[in-house]
Design a protein around this ligand. Sequence first.
Ligand SMILES: *[C@@H]1O[C@H](CO)[C@@H](O)[C@H](O)[C@H]1NC(C)=O
Ligand SMILES: *[C@@H]1O[C@H](CO)[C@@H](O)[C@H](O)[C@H]1NC(C)=O
Length: 195
Amino acid sequence: MAPFVNINVAMLLSLLILLSSVCSPRVIINALSLNHYGETCPSVDDVVAKVVKDAISKDKTVPAAVLRLHFHDCFIRGCDGSVLLESRGGKSAEKDGPPNVSLHAFYVIEGAKKAVEDVCPGVVSCADILALAARDAVVQSGGPYWDVPKGRKDGRTSKASETTQLPAPTFNISQLQKSFSQRGLSMDDLVALSE
Ligand SMILES: *[C@@H]1O[C@H](CO)[C@@H](O)[C@H](O)[C@H]1NC(C)=O
Ligand SMILES: *[C@@H]1O[C@H](CO)[C@@H](O)[C@H](O)[C@H]1NC(C)=O
């Protein structure tokens, strides 16, 4: 899945939803790179992979749930961790939007965030942790490996109303294809992510 980072500054300023305590934003100015945390948190990949592995050993539904979480995150506002934010001040966040039904793997990402904070506090974004965890979940369940460039910024905005941008379960094939192509996803991506 292509990283799709698109943070609208005006949206950020309007800031309807604040942040959860666990996943707070980091200001990261570099472009994405495989070596983004090479100096500051070289073990991040290993730490996340271990948390995901432990979670899978206790619950075989974790890989699908973590991949789905990454998909929901990336589909709305890009891969910015916005799916992880809590609803605040009467405004519902993405995680409380109607399509959240099968989003039950938040604890895995929060566990990975805590483990990463233990070794390199205040460095790695939640969006990167989710992207890594999704890759690890797929690899550890026998799927393909892909490199995860890092350096995503965590978004500050998360709106339940925007979850209507996700493809609905009632969509037919042409609606699905259109919805995916608007996010730069191909028919191959659609098939892989629908399995
Ligand atoms: C899904 O949203 C409902 C409210 O619409 C909320 O009560 C529930 O806790 C949410 N589920 C998850 C997994 O966040
Ligand atoms: C899918 O639904 C749309 C909207 O209802 C319709 O215009 C289109 O013809 C449908 N496509 C197929 C392949 O059924």
